[in-house]
Design a protein around this ligand. Structure first.
Ligand SMILES: [Zn+2]
Ligand SMILES: [Zn+2]
Length: 298
């Protein structure tokens, strides 16, 4: 058995923010919108259902056809912006009767998640309704402090600095911590115009939540030059993210939710730049730009 098989495996199926960006200039980092799978033993966790979930679905169905074991899947939504939900109607396992799919989201808006997911499959937008899903689907607005799935423990925090809000998740598994914290404007918390008491609390909450994470998957949509014209759009700048993640002693940082304008060449150059500028300061933290198709054993 390969050594990695007993470790949690994290696969990036979609890393692009805001809108899919197919084409040659984005083929390395990928054009699909957010979807990350975490697999540990027979636990399948999916973070967001951007267009990347379509390829994950194909992969899961292939496996199902081979082993004929019903799929049991747990899908957690950070929020319901288009780029995080638009792949769900194309998720093949949802059309298989044997599949058990539990969908999780923030408890703060009663029945909101169900109505948004159904709404995107209304006939004005999509040819078949959500009732075409033959899988056994449960929509669960999380009210528990933690969710335990086998040996995986999941907790969460609300993120207010994103239009409409979003949720970050932390998975504790096999003594490791994996944090998924996308779609949040950290610049509003850590470098606000006014240094309020509220921001101090939010900053400490964020630092505590990501502290010592083995892998932090985090929103780094903008460069320092781009950020000033995008204030209030709900995304973070890369340099700030590096600084905060380093401060929280994160071990591995996956910069995520790439701007649609950022080509592979541009992202490669950013990586080179951050390596040369931060190498001495950040050498203990492994930093990379999340790439579609990449699997990491944590
Ligand atoms: Zn997004
Ligand atoms: Zn969003």
């Amino acid at each position: 058995m390969p050594a990695n098989e007993d470790k949690p495996l994290v696969t990036f199926w979609g890393t692009r923010g805001s809108v899919p960006t197919p084409g040659r200039i984005t083929e390395k980092y990928g054009g699909n919108t957010p979807c990350v799978a975490v697999r540990y033993q027979d636990i399948h966790i999916i973070l967001d259902a951007g267009t990347g979930i379509r390829n994950l679905g194909i992969d899961l169905v292939e496996e199902y056809n081979k082993v004929r074991k019903a799929l049991s899947l747990h899908l957690f939504f950070s929020h319901t912006h288009w780029d995080h939900i638009q792949g769900l109607p194309f998720f093949q396992p949802a059309y298989i009767k044997d599949t058990n799919l539990t969908i999780y989201g923030s408890p703060h808006k009663e029945d909101f998640l169900a109505s948004i997911l159904k709404g995107q499959m209304d006939f004005e937008y999509f040819p078949v309704g959500m009732s075409a899903f033959s899988a056994d689907i449960t929509i669960h607005e999380i009210s528990e402090e933690v969710i335990q799935l086998g040996e995986v423990v999941i907790d969460r925090q609300e993120q207010i600095y994103h239009p409409g809000g979003s949720v970050r998740y932390r998975l504790g598994v096999d003594g490791k911590k994996i944090v998924y914290a996308t779609d949040v404007e950290l610049n509003q918390i850590f470098h606000p115009h006014t240094d309020t008491k509220k921001n101090k609390i939010l900053a400490q909450d964020y630092l505590d939540f990501i502290y010592n994470a083995d892998l932090l998957i985090a929103d780094g949509q903008y460069t320092e030059e781009e950020y000033p014209s995008k204030v209030g759009w709900g995304h973070s700048s890369i340099d700030l993210l590096l600084e905060i993640a380093y401060q929280a002693q994160v071990k591995q940082l996956a910069i995520f939710h790439h701007d649609p304008q950022h080509s592979d060449k541009f992202l490669d150059e950013l990586w080179m730049k951050s390596r040369s500028e931060f190498h001495s300061d950040y050498k203990k933290m492994d930093v990379f730009w999340a790439r579609e198709g990449l699997t990491l054993a944590i």
